[in-house]
Design a protein around this ligand. Structure first.
Ligand code: SAM
Length: 460
């Protein structure tokens, strides 16, 4: 399909003489890129073309069938468009990530930015990964589980619900729903959905989202805004709108290497400067993307978290007599508090219990810390989340399988397990990476790979 005519006229105004190069770039295939998961201690991508602005980012020379790669299923890497990995530059330049921070990823599904943030913050920091659309929370949960995080809460809330959390976050990331002009190459359907009305609708929605959460940012904190679209209404104009309406905000310059070909758009307005960063497919190996960072000024002293490391007894605390049973399943259990939430047991870093107590009164928390599983008659039915988490105890029994067996296991089919002499819960591993649970009974093996995640495609 041709580019929508109104879009073409408008982007020509922005690009001028580069229009032809831009149009040509849309006819070449989209680059394929992944981000390696540092938590999984393995790098199964044998290529060397790095993404300049992201240490763990790599380009692939072709697109493999990711679904049929156990490393992908185990969360050893995340498939993500390269331009959006620029978030790493922003986070690393605006503050020292070894400090304990609270960060909100407001529009989080399917989890690209959240898994990236989780790899960059320290283990005592807290990431709230929120998705408003209920049906999209599942894919977010799946990706967070695969990533093996321990300090992420997943919430399912409308942005306006966060207005009750005044001055709470050190960083708010808003990767806003947008008209998707930057995705025309990768997702051609985006062209059909494009209209000027939709651009205007997206722009108003983005303002509403920004307005809803702005007060949740601490003085001295940072707001990172991004879209995958090119028009001014959804990008610079929204940044300008925040600055106009919130004099305590200032625009932040992010350093880029000129060789990266990221366009720094610097606008001077009265006495203010507005910096933003634009990614064009004819200039670099990535899709269209826009990003800008703002800082809420004043009160330097208030910045950086108010963590109290003293663990607090929660009213959802697991009964004391069950704690030894839970301790057996994870490494360093004294670092965690066990809580009952939505009929499951979660292990929370001790310093995050206070946050959980506060947030659960305001937000719909779908997941917190490590989902351990369900307690049934004083036994733990371990969660898939736990199986994929590096915090799992080294004492859990394991069964290493071949590639074919791994795929059959993840299809929930008979995976030809032979000569198994152990009994009870065991992890299925592929090249040392945990894929999920089985339970070995006297006369059969029960496969606990989640039904809703099972591989549906043919494996031959
Ligand atoms: N940050 C994600 C990532 O990196 O994988 C991609 C986010 S996508 C660009 C925008 C998200 O905003 C979608 O998950 C969408 O469901 C959500 N969304 C849609 N309408 C919204 C609204 N009114 N308020 C907040 N989020 C919304």
């Amino acid at each position: 399909m041709e580019l929508p005519i109104d879009f073409k006229t408008r982007i020509k105004d922005i690009l001028g003489s580069e229009m032809e190069a831009f149009e040509n770039s849309l006819t070449s295939p989209s680059p394929v890129s992944v981000r390696i998961n540092p938590l999984k201690n393995t790098d199964p991508i044998p290529v060397d073309e790095r993404i300049d602005w992201c240490k763990s980012g790599k380009y692939l020379s072709q697109r493999p069938v990711f679904t049929l790669d156990p490393f992908f299923q185990a969360g050893a890497y995340y498939v993500q468009e390269a331009s959006s990995m620029f978030l790493e530059q922003i986070l690393e330049q605006i503050l020292d990530l070894s400090q304990d921070i609270k960060i909100l990823d407001l529009c989080a599904a399917p989890g690209g930015k959240s898994t990236h943030i989780a790899s960059l913050i320290n283990s005592k920091s807290l990431l709230i990964s929120n998705e408003v659309i209920r049906s999209r929370v599942n894919i977010l949960e799946q990706n967070i589980a695969k990533w093996g995080t321990q300090n992420v809460f997943i919430t399912n809330n409308d942005p306006k619900d966060f207005s009750a959390l005044k001055n709470y976050f050190d960083i708010i990331v808003i990767d806003a729903p947008c008209s998707g002009e930057g995705m025309f190459r990768k997702t051609p359907e985006a062209k059909e959905e494009w209209s000027m009305d939709n651009v205007n609708l997206c722009s108003s929605r983005q303002k509403r989202i920004l307005g809803d959460v702005i007060d949740s940012l601490k003085p001295g904190g940072f707001l990172i805004y991004s879209t995958c679209t090119f028009n001014l209404e959804e990008n610079e104009n929204n940044i300008d709108w925040i600055l106009e309406n919130n004099p305590d905000f200032e625009s932040i310059k992010i350093n880029t290497n000129p060789n990266w070909n990221i366009l720094e758009n610097k606008i001077t307005k009265e006495d203010k400067l507005l910096y933003s960063y634009r990614f064009y497919p004819h200039k670099l190996k990535g899709e269209g993307f826009f990003s800008a960072c703002l800082r809420k000024k004043e009160n330097e002293n208030e910045f950086h978290s108010n963590y109290k490391s003293k663990p607090r007894q929660s009213n959802e605390a697991v009964q004391k007599k069950l704690i030894p049973l839970l301790n057996k399943w994870i490494k360093n259990p004294t670092e965690y508090s066990f809580l009952n939430h939505n009929n499951e047991v979660y292990a929370l870093k001790n310093n995050q219990v206070d946050d959980f107590e506060k947030l659960k009164r305001i937000l719909n928390i779908r997941h917190a810390g490590i989902n351990m599983g369900k307690l049934m008659r004083d036994e733990l039915l371990p969660a898939h989340f736990l199986a994929l988490n590096p915090a799992i105890s080294d004492d859990i029994q394991k069964i290493e399988v071949s590639l074919e067996q791994a795929l059959l296991y993840m299809k929930r089919e008979d995976f030809n397990a032979k000569n198994i002499t152990i009994k009870g819960w065991a992890l299925i591993t592929y090249e040392g990476l945990n894929l999920g649970w089985i339970k070995i009974l006297n006369n059969r093996i029960n496969n606990y790979f989640p039904k809703e995640w099972r591989i549906r495609m043919a494996i031959d």
